[in-house]
Every structure is written in structure tokens, then in C-alpha cells.
Design a binder for this molecule. Structure first.
Ligand code: NAD
Length: 417
């Protein structure tokens, strides 16, 4: 596959084009929805601890706000580019639509390696990003949140900077905040919880036993919670392999999810877990497991390895883990793919709950959050599965048909076209 075909935004547009064709969208609607409405690219000077000043490159893409204010996370990553941000912003637009919450889609980030930044440098970078973007954000315009390598603490610094600039209390300007600053109960595991719930709904419909084997690729926020919640929510299951950037481990007899999370937290990596065998990181994806959770980054399932994938269900907690060629092969093999913008929509759904609670200045119990999340995720999963059955299309295409038609309807109702 050429490098261009691996460009996430080229992939996001190709996926959209396929849905637009099936829906028979008019040319102007297609052009409007295959591009971001607004983009910001800027530089952020940051005073480093050694007295030097480093210039970082920052981004924000407001992809579409027809259904409500833009919503989407901030990723701090060495390989962050405008096209990655565009793709993630497009997927956010379809994600908020598929779970039917009154928000649009956006995304942002900074090209940097957070592992090389001190806490002081991270704080100055967070505040610097907010100083550039503050005028373009707001609960009624665009609301950022955490993504890869950004944390509740970074959200707290950004909210504080926004409030210093505006001179008002504005907790709903950003979500994923720490609990004492207006965060929501249940936000930390919401992405994984939503994905695991979807696996449960899929297993029921497809008559698959959820208590068989499962593997998790990527062992950060989403991956670690998927490992523990799978057993908790689905009544059992044997975790047999996990991976992170250090490598992958395999235990055919099963890995205790809590123990591997504790090992990762203590040592910073999954390798070296007692009783495990190190395997090639890529081969984790091809293990003979019932359920596979890709929870790292883009393009890991592709034309080369898709023919070897043995899982019955692939639950895409990561954004864009499967290339279009990989997708086609999985579909032909009969693998049930729960597509990224449905599988990982639990995070944005609880972010939306956080905004609602901030507006009301009244906070819900954890049980209330869990019940409401289950309600939104099950309605979204059912809508997509029914589209998949009715239109005889694969699950990603079905999710696009549901999501894109809702955004197109909002565009029409607003009279933009
Ligand atoms: P994170 O930074 O907490 O974790 C990422 C993990 O992936 C790390 O453990 C890292 O070591 C691992 N990793 C990176 N490259 C890898 C590779 N090649 N092989 C194996 N492991 C690798 O990030 P996260 O918040 O868990 O996000 C993971 C994915 O889920 C991303 O695609 C993100 O966009 C998506 N997502 C996260 C959330 C959320 O709320 N956290 C919400 C929606 C989507």
C-alpha cells in the first residue's frame, strides 16, 4: 500500500465517499461533508526548563458543527500532522452523530514528544495552546478533551488559562477534567466501557460466547480498561495477550487483567510480566482469539495481515486501526468489526454528560452515568446493526450510513444547501 493510501485523511475521505455514494448525496453536500469547515495551524513558543525557547506546532480542526458545537480531543504526538487531525475530526463528526448526541466534530493537537517534557514544560505548552485558541473555543462553539498522551491535568491547566483570559467560570469549555474541577464520574474508563458494551450487544445478536479468549493491542487508557472491563461486564473471558510500544506478551493459560495493569503501572511496560512469553508485537493481531481489541494507533490491520486475523469480533477502540483494504478482507472473511467511531464513542458520550452536568452545576452518581452510557451505546449499536442487516453492508459502512445521513439532515434543516 502506498504511503498516500495510509494517510488517515485520505482514508477518512474514501470511507465517507463510499457512504455518500450509497446515500445518493447531492454533489454540494458531498463536497461540504468531505472537508473541514475551519482549520487552525499555529506556533506555540514555550520556555523550556534549561532556559531555551522551543517552538511547537499546534492544530485545531473544526470539521462540522451542523448538529451542535464541535467536540474532540487533543493529541500530543511526535507524528501529529494536519492530516491526522483532519481525519480524527471527521471521525468525531460521525461519532457524535452515530451516538446521537447534539454535538459536531473537531480535533486538535501538538507535534511533540510528551515523554521528553517536564511537568512545567507541559503546563506552559498547554497554556500556550489555549492562549492561541481561546477566542475560537467555548461550550457553544468548540470543546476540546483528552486524547493520546493528554491527561485530566492538562485539561485542568487549559481550563484555568481559558478562565484567566475570559475572567469567568467556564468549566464546560473543556471535558475530561479532574473530578474536583467539574469532571464527570465514569469518564476515565468510558471509552473502553462503551467498546466492551458493544462487544456484549454483538455477542448476543451473533450468538458468540463473550467468555472465550481476547487480546488487547495497545495498553494505555483504552486498552487497560478494556482488559479489566471485559471480564467484569461480560461475565468472564480469558485475556491471553497484550502489547504496548515495548512489545507483546502471550499467556495461553490467561493473564490476570488487574495484575498486568499493576505490572504496567509499576514498570512502565507490559514486557517482563511473570509467566508470560514475549511474542512479536505484530503477531498479537493474528492470534486465535474470540475477540480482538486494537487500542493503539492507526493502520495496524491492513492488506498484509487481515487475511491472517482469526478473531470473530474486532472491537476498534483505537481510531482508524483498519485500512480500507484490511476492512474489505475482514468483511469477506466474516469478521464482525465494531467500527472505531461506534466502538470508542463511550468517551465522547461521557464528555457530553460532563458538559451537561457543568451547565446544570449538578453532578450525577457513577451508577447514573453508567446507566445513561449503556442507554446511548445500545441505541447506537442497534441502529448500526439494523442498517447492516437491512442494507447488507459491512458494519463500518452501516455506521457511516447512520451517521452521515443525520449530519446531512441537519445541514438541510439549517438551509445551508
Ligand atoms: P494512550 O496514550 O493512553 O495509550 C496508547 C497505548 O498504545 C500505549 O500503551 C502505547 O504504548 C501503545 N502503542 C502505541 N503504538 C503501539 C504499537 N505499535 N503497538 C502496540 N502498542 C502501541 O492512548 P489512549 O487514550 O488509550 O488511546 C488509544 C487509542 O484509542 C487512540 O487511537 C485514541 O485516539 C483512541 N481513543 C481514545 C479515547 C480515550 O478516551 N482515551 C477515546 C476515543 C478514542
Amino acid at each position: 500500500m502506498s504511503q498516500n493510501n495510509r494517510n488517515p485523511f485520505t482514508i477518512a475521505q474514501a470511507q465517507f465517499d463510499e457512504a455518500a455514494e450509497t446515500l445518493g448525496l447531492e454533489p454540494a453536500m458531498r463536497e461540504l461533508l468531505r472537508w473541514p469547515r475551519r482549520e487552525y495551524k499555529f506556533t506555540i513558543p514555550v520556555k523550556m526548563d534549561d532556559g531555551s525557547t522551543e517552538i511547537f506546532h499546534g492544530y485545531r480542526v473544526q470539521y462540522n458543527d451542523a448538529r451542535g458545537p464541535c467536540k474532540g480531543g487533543l493529541r500530543w504526538h511526535v507524528e501529529e500532522t494536519m492530516d491526522t487531525v483532519r481525519a480524527l475530526a471527521a471521525w468525531m463528526t460521525w461519532k457524535t452523530s452515530v451516538v446521537d448526541i447534539p454535538l459536531g466534530g473537531g480535533k486538535g493537537g501538538v507535534t511533540c514528544n510528551p515523554k521528553n517534557l517536564s511537568d512545567g514544560e507541559k503546563e506552559r505548552l498547554a497554556r500556550g495552546w489555549m492562549r492561541v485558541m481561546a477566542r475560537e473555543l467555548g461550550f457553544d462553539r468548540d470543546v476540546p478533551a483528552p486524547d493520546v498522551y493528554t491527561t485530566p491535568q492538562i485539561m485542568a491547566w487549559m481550563m484555568d488559562e481559558y478562565e484567566v483570559i475570559t475572567g469567568r467560570s467556564h468549566p464546560a469549555v473543556i471535558t475530561g477534567k479532574p473530578l474536583p474541577l467539574g469532571g464527570s464520574q465514569g469518564r476515565n474508563d468510558a471509552t473502553a466501557r462503551g467498546g466492551v458494551l458493544c462487544v456484549g450487544y454483538a455477542c448476543k445478536r451473533l450468538d458468540i460466547d463473550p467468555t472465550g479468549t481476547y487480546a488487547v493491542q495497545g495498553f494505555g487508557n483504552a486498552g487497560q480498561f478494556a482488559a479489566t472491563l471485559h471480564r467484569e461486564l461480560l461475565g468472564g473471558g480469558k485475556l491471553v495477550a497484550v502489547s504496548d510500544t515495548s512489545g507483546a506478551i502471550h499467556c495461553p493459560d490467561g493473564i490476570d487483567p488487574e495484575a498486568i495493569v499493576a505490572h504496567k503501572n509499576k514498570t512502565g511496560k507490559v514486557l517482563g510480566f511473570p509467566g508470560s512469553k514475549e511474542i512479536d508485537a505484530d503477531s498479537l493481531l493474528e492470534l486465535d482469539v474470540g475477540i480482538l481489541y486494537p487500542a493503539a494507533l492507526e493502520n495496524v490491520i491492513n492488506r498484509q495481515n487481515a487475511p491472517n486475523i482469526k478473531a470473530k469480533i474486532v472491537c476498534e477502540l483505537a481510531n482508524g486501526p483498519t485500512t480500507p483494504n484490511g476492512d474489505r478482507i475482514l468483511h469477506e472473511k466474516g469478521v464482525h468489526v465494531i467500527p472505531d467511531f461506534l466502538a470508542n464513542a463511550g468517551g465522547v458520550t461521557v464528555s457530553y454528560f460532563e458538559q451537561v452536568q457543568n451547565h446544570a452545576n449538578y453532578y450525577w452518581s457513577l451508577e447514573e452515568v453508567h446507566t445513561k452510557l449503556d442507554y446511548h451505546m445500545s441505541r447506537a449499536y442497534d441502529a448500526v446493526h439494523e442498517m447492516h442487516d437491512e442494507q447488507k453492508v459491512h458494519m463500518r459502512q452501516a455506521a457511516y450510513l447512520v451517521a452521515v445521513s443525520r449530519v446531512a439532515e441537519a445541514v438541510k434543516l439549517r438551509g445551508w444547501l
